[in-house]
Every structure is written in C-alpha cells, then in structure tokens.
Design a protein around this ligand. Structure first.
Ligand SMILES: *Cc1c(COP(=O)(O)O)cnc(C)c1O
Length: 295
C-alpha cells in the first residue's frame, strides 16, 4: 500500500487541575500522523483495499455529511493509492453549504453525489444499495464512518500504541468501530471509556455489546451525557473550551468529537470518578479539518 503514516506520539497533558487530582493524563496524537487521512480514519481505511480487491472492485464509494472527516479521509486515501472515489453526500446540492470539506473532496478527485436527507436515511437498506451498486458497478460500498470489519481490523492496531501500565483509555465514539477494534486488541485489564458524540448515544451500547459479547468482561463503558447539544452542534461552551485547551496545551481539538471527550473527562475528574494515581490515555482521533475558522 502506498499510504504511510507516522508513529503517533504520546504527549503528557500538564495542568494544575490534573496534578491536583493526581492524574497522569496522556494524549495519543493520532491527529498528527497524516495531513489528510487524519486520526482514526487512517487506521479504519488501511485494510479497505484488501476488501476491495477480494470483491473485485476498483473504486471506493462511501457516505457522509457536509463536514464528514470520513469523506475527506476517503477521498485523500483513494487518491494516494491511485483509485477512484465516489462520495454520497447528505443534502441536495445548492441547498446545503459548500463546505471546505466538500471543496477539498472534489479537489482530491472524488466524484460527488448529492442526495436528499430522506434518501440518505435509506443508505443501509438493501434496495437503495442495490440501485447504487448498479449505478457504480466497479465500486466497493463502504458504510458511513468506515464501519465494517476492515475498519475494526485497522483500528485494532491503535492498541499497539497504548502502554501496558495504562489504567484507562478514553476515546470519542461515532459509529463505535474504533472502540470495538481497540477493545478486541487491548489487554482486557485496561478498561475503555467511550464518549458518544451524538444525542441519545445509548443505542450504541446494543451495537457494541453485539460485537464484543464474546469477551467475558466487557471492560468498556459509554458516556452518553457529554454530547453538548448533539452531533456537530456548535455549543459556545464547547468552543470556549477548545480555545482554552489550545492555550494550555498547544493542541487543537475538534468540535465534533475530541473536545467533547476532554470536556467530559474534566467533568468526571471534578467528580473524582478516576482513582488517584490513574494513568489515563486519551486518544486524539483527529478530525480538525471540519472545525469552524479560527479553531
Ligand atoms: C470519525 C471520527 C470518530 C468516530 O469514530 P468511530 O470509529 O466511528 O466511532 C471519532 N473522532 C473523530 C475525530 C472522527 O473523525
């Protein structure tokens, strides 16, 4: 495979708050590994090529909204590896904003298909997928967010960067593919805490339990109360948190996922949820491309 990425670094977050709580907090900087195939997306896409080849397809079709990190990562990944990509976008062209995500996908050679929100809602239904496959016979259909087994397989490799003496891993959750992948590979005595980015994220528990049921101890939990207004919502408290975090740690967070995780972790630390002396690894899953200007 042509795509390569850097080894992510593990950076300690120094703050008087974490020190007072006697917590060692480290950030795994997946946001730095690749300029466009950012964060967890690089791992989730890595083995898609194998799946494409196995099914005899030569291009990659996937789905996303106008700010989707997954869509941009897929466009960049396809270009780097020399195949065509097609992006099915939620929202009719002209009625949704031409975001920089959309502009950049197009610039990377992605063929864009805009569909109504109603049609987009059917994107997992069989008739819809059959029609799409007929329209693009050479395309491998990759679910939104790269949520398939090759996505899990790639995400599992993130576990290699988590030190053995870690007490707890925190990461943001969209489809849950990254959490499932890491959970399958990580030592079972290291629990994982996932922070869901959308409102009402509890339904994900069912999806994840299904994937992870063969583990005797589930050793993970979802925090669903830190969505700050819901998926992609620009809550003022989130935006000011991002500014503060950047000033304190010189690290940019993204609005949709990692800022919620860090705000949630702070809140849990205030409540003394983490035992003193814990060594916590928080995964920076990237996604900075979708931030509002100035963040
Ligand atoms: C896509 C994305 C996630 C969600 O990953 P899942 O595997 O779908 O749970 C988390 N963080 C960022 C920055 C993302 O872009």
């Amino acid at each position: 495979m042509a795509t390569t990425a850097k080894i992510p670094r593990l950076q300690q977050l120094h703050s008087t708050f974490f020190e007072a709580k006697e917590l060692g907090v480290y950030m795994l900087r997946l946001d730095e590994i690749h300029p466009l195939v950012s964060g967890n997306k690089w791992y989730k896409l890595k083995y898609v090529i194998d799946a494409m080849k196995q099914s005899g397809k030569s291009s990659l079709l996937t789905f996303g909204g106008a700010y989707s990190n997954h869509l941009l990562a897929t466009a960049a990944f396809a270009k780097e590896n020399g195949f065509k990509s097609i992006g099915v976008i939620r929202g009719i062209h002209g009625s949704i904003k031409e975001t920089s995500t959309i502009t950049n996908c197009r610039a990377l050679g992605m063929d864009l298909q805009f569909i109504s929100r109603a049609s987009y809602g059917q994107k997992e239904e069989r008739d819809f997928l059959t029609d799409l496959q007929q329209k693009y016979p050479d395309a491998f259909l990759l679910p939104e967010g790269g949520a398939n087994t090759s996505g899990q397989r790639g995400a599992a490799e993130i576990a290699d960067f988590i030190p053995e003496d870690t007490s707890l891993v925190c990461l943001p959750v969209g489809t849950g593919t990254t959490l499932i992948g890491i959970r399958k590979a990580l030592a079972i005595d290291i629990p994982i805490l996932g922070f869901t980015a959308m409102k009402g994220g509890t339904y994900l528990q069912v999806v994840m339990d299904e994937h992870l049921s063969k583990f005797q101890q589930r050793a993970y939990a979802l925090m669903t109360e830190y969505s700050y207004g819901g998926f992609g919502k620009r809550s003022p408290s989130l935006l000011s948190y991002m500014k503060n975090f950047q000033e304190t740690h010189d690290i940019r967070l993204d609005l949709v996922y990692t800022a919620k995780m860090m705000m949630g972790m702070d809140d849990l630390a205030v409540q003394d949820f983490f035992p003193k002396g814990s060594k916590i690894v928080a995964i920076h899953t990237g996604g900075l491309q979708g931030n509002p200007p100035g963040y």
